[in-house]
Design a protein around this ligand. Structure first.
Ligand SMILES: Cc1ncc(COP(=O)(O)O)c(C=O)c1O
Length: 398
């Protein structure tokens, strides 16, 4: 497969061939294989799954459960540990809610970092226990300051929950370092893989977190689907997050018992077509190879980083080491939202604003940044066009 130009696999470019899409961190464009599979599911295969005793339903049930196995194989884990939710956000809310019911008490502490997306902050604000949030600070390169961890862990620490890769700076968390310290103290670990999983191989056997979450829509897949990996221990000990159909064992009018295993967390009709579609996104990821994707995107990143660094009065946030293909920056004298709007006029899509990371913005002492993020479809020509356009715009605005 020719990784240097995969635009032909993304139908949006047929209608808009000159689109330069640099906002994959928000949501990725959709690959043909996923669109075809979703379309086929609704057109030819659709019925509700799990409870129908007719062929259409049983065939799609099998396909749905095969997709769970595909997700598990992709992550090198068992399908028994894969729970389908509506988004990564819902996955983290599920964990926060389940932990609150059985594992958290007033005064307990959880550790996270200044790099977290609001999706890994606000669920912890909303829980009905008075827990303390202990943030890990950032070093001069705006990476997590791992040295703080030993001092911040104590007998009240109940969870360490961290982004696997920052959606603002692209910084990749050194999970081995965290794990080594946390395991000694038997503290569970949650990794938010939203930005990492679409760009680099995830091996859950090797990583070995307690929980891992990400969203299908950032991985060339459908919206409305999140993947939550949970270790057996938590699947067994947590009680259900929501109640409804499919998650039950036995129901009376005034009481019920619920299913064992991942099913207890999947109340109601699941996102059937998105799961089928996502299985095809993973076929595409496998076909290209996530490690090849990472190298391709980082080549573009490094090329863009070097060219951007040459702009007068530009500030690029975060270091250029151990990261994924995201660059956040500000140019003195140019407001990020003006820049975004002017690039849009040139058919270039970037993201501007706080990126759902207000604590990080406060740490950086800015209200927002301009962010470019790469996907498998981007090319060197995209970067050249961005740089030429930035050159033109900054000459007008400054
Ligand atoms: C690092 C990170 N975590 C969590 C999320 C939330 O993902 P979703 O909105 O798909 O639930 C995002 C989305 O941008 C993200 O970048």
């Amino acid at each position: 497969m020719n990784i240097s130009n995969l635009k032909s696999r993304f139908p949006v470019f047929k209608k808009n061939p000159n689109l330069v899409f640099l906002d994959t961190a928000a949501s990725a464009l959709k690959v043909d294989e996923m669109i075809k599979a979703t379309n086929n599911c609704y057109t030819n295969e659709y019925a509700n799954i799990h409870r129908g005793n007719y062929e259409l339903s049983s065939k799609l049930t099998k396909k749905f459960e095969d997709a769970r196995k595909k997700v598990a194989d992709y992550l090198n884990t068992s399908e028994k540990n894969i729970i389908f939710v509506k988004s990564a956000t819902e996955g983290i809310n599920l964990i926060a809610s389940c932990m609150t019911k059985r594992f958290l008490e007033d005064g307990d502490e959880i550790i996270l970092s200044y790099l977290e997306h609001h999706a890994n902050l606000i669920p912890w604000h909303l829980i009905e226990k008075k827990i303390k949030i202990i943030p890990l600070g950032l070093n001069d390169n705006d990476e997590i300051n791992y040295d703080e961890l030993n001092n911040k862990i104590n007998s009240k620490t109940r969870l360490i929950t961290l982004t696997h890769m920052s959606n603002v700076t692209g910084s990749i968390t050194n999970f081995d370092k965290i794990k080594e310290i946390a395991r000694k103290q038997k503290i569970p670990l949650l990794l938010d893989g939203c930005q990492f999983a679409p760009h680099k191989k995830v091996d859950l056997k090797e990583l070995d977190p307690d929980f891992y979450v990400f969203s299908a829509h950032k991985m060339y897949g459908p919206s409305g689907l999140g993947i939550l990996y949970m270790k057996d221990r938590w699947i067994d000990e947590f009680t259900p997050y929501q109640g409804g159909g499919q998650m039950i064992h036995d129901v009376d009018i005034d009481k019920s018992t619920y299913a064992n295993g991942y099913e207890k967390f999947e109340a109601g009709t699941p996102p059937i077509a998105p799961v089928i579609g996502f299985s095809s996104s993973l076929n595409f990821m496998d076909e290209v190879d996530p490690n090849v994707i990472y190298d391709h995107e980082m080549n573009l990143h490094d090329y863009a980083y070097e060219k951007l660094s040459k702009f007068n009065n530009i500030k690029i946030y975060g270091s250029n080491n151990n990261k994924g293909a995201i660059i956040s920056f500000n140019i003195k004298g140019v407001h990020n939202s003006d820049l975004g709007a002017m690039l849009d006029k040139k058919n270039i899509a970037i993201r501007t604003g706080h990126h759902c990371c207000q604590p990080l913005m406060k740490h950086l002492k800015v209200t927002g940044t301009s962010r470019i993020s790469f996907g498998v479809y981007n090319t060197i020509d995209d970067v050249d066009y961005l740089i030429d356009s930035l050159d033109e715009i900054t000459k007008i605005l400054i």
